[in-house]
Design a protein around this ligand. Structure first.
Ligand code: FE2
Length: 237
């Protein structure tokens, strides 16, 4: 378990930047509260981003996604973890390469978004916190309008539909990413990630079945995790 207080977070954030560059700095907490960030965001430990074990998802027959598609997807995630670690190791010693320049951002985001996506997927019963409902209502007016926006964006891109908190104005918005890196501004911290690359659904739903995949995904969002992520980051806004 990695725990930090708000001051430590801000000190760390000053060096690392924000947005999707998530690492152990998101062990932030406020007002003395402590969070187990291991289940909320990626882990950076011993100089490496850590690959988490999401194999349990392949054994969940209520998920609505086949074990095969999850297994293949976990393989992609594994490569992002390896690539960002390799890119950081190369760039840290001044070895500027095309690989390093690309994967310092592309694979960091790929690693982080997949971690967030797999983590916010569960068939256990969960519910939104009152603070998440307030944040949703403030921006979208209603939960239905929020979900409509999230899935509409998802239909328009091959990449990601992400709910993130804007640290500059304290509001949540949905962002449509055409790939791991595109269209994602600084100062946004994701609290929910929805993968809409074809590798996430075509093998189970076919390309024309994207809407059905989105419908399946909306039934397995772990709103408890999403609520806790919002609690974690909103105090920084
Ligand atoms: Fe993916």
């Amino acid at each position: 378990m990695v725990e930090m207080n708000r001051r430590n977070f801000l000190n760390a954030a000053a060096f690392t930047g924000l947005g999707l560059g998530l690492s152990n700095v998101l062990g932030a907490c406020s007002k003395g509260a402590k969070f187990n960030i291991n289940e909320l965001y990626p882990i950076y430990k011993d100089g490496q981003y850590q690959e988490k074990n999401f194999e349990y998802l392949t054994k969940n027959d209520k998920l609505g996604l086949s074990p095969e598609i999850i297994k293949n997807h976990l393989g992609l995630y594994s490569n992002y973890v390896k690539n960002v670690n390799q890119a950081e190791a190369e760039m840290a010693v001044g070895n500027v390469t095309e690989f390093g320049m690309k994967h310092l951002a592309f694979s960091l985001n790929g690693m982080a978004l997949h971690d967030i996506y797999f983590t916010n997927m569960s068939t256990e019963e969960s519910k939104r916190s009152s603070s998440l409902n307030r944040a949703i209502d403030k921006t979208f007016g209603s939960f239905d309008a929020y979900m409509k926006n999230l899935t509409e964006l998802a239909m328009k891109v091959e990449g990601w539909s992400v709910t993130g908190l804007n640290l500059l104005n304290g509001k949540i918005f949905n962002y449509a990413l055409q790939d791991h890196s595109a269209n994602f501004p600084n100062f946004i911290v994701p609290i929910l990630a929805l993968d809409v690359y074809e590798h996430a659904y075509v093998a189970d739903f076919k390309k024309e079945g994207k809407a059905k995949y989105l419908e399946a995904f909306t039934k397995i969002v772990d709103w408890d995790i999403v609520s806790r992520r919002l609690d974690l980051v909103k105090n920084l806004a």
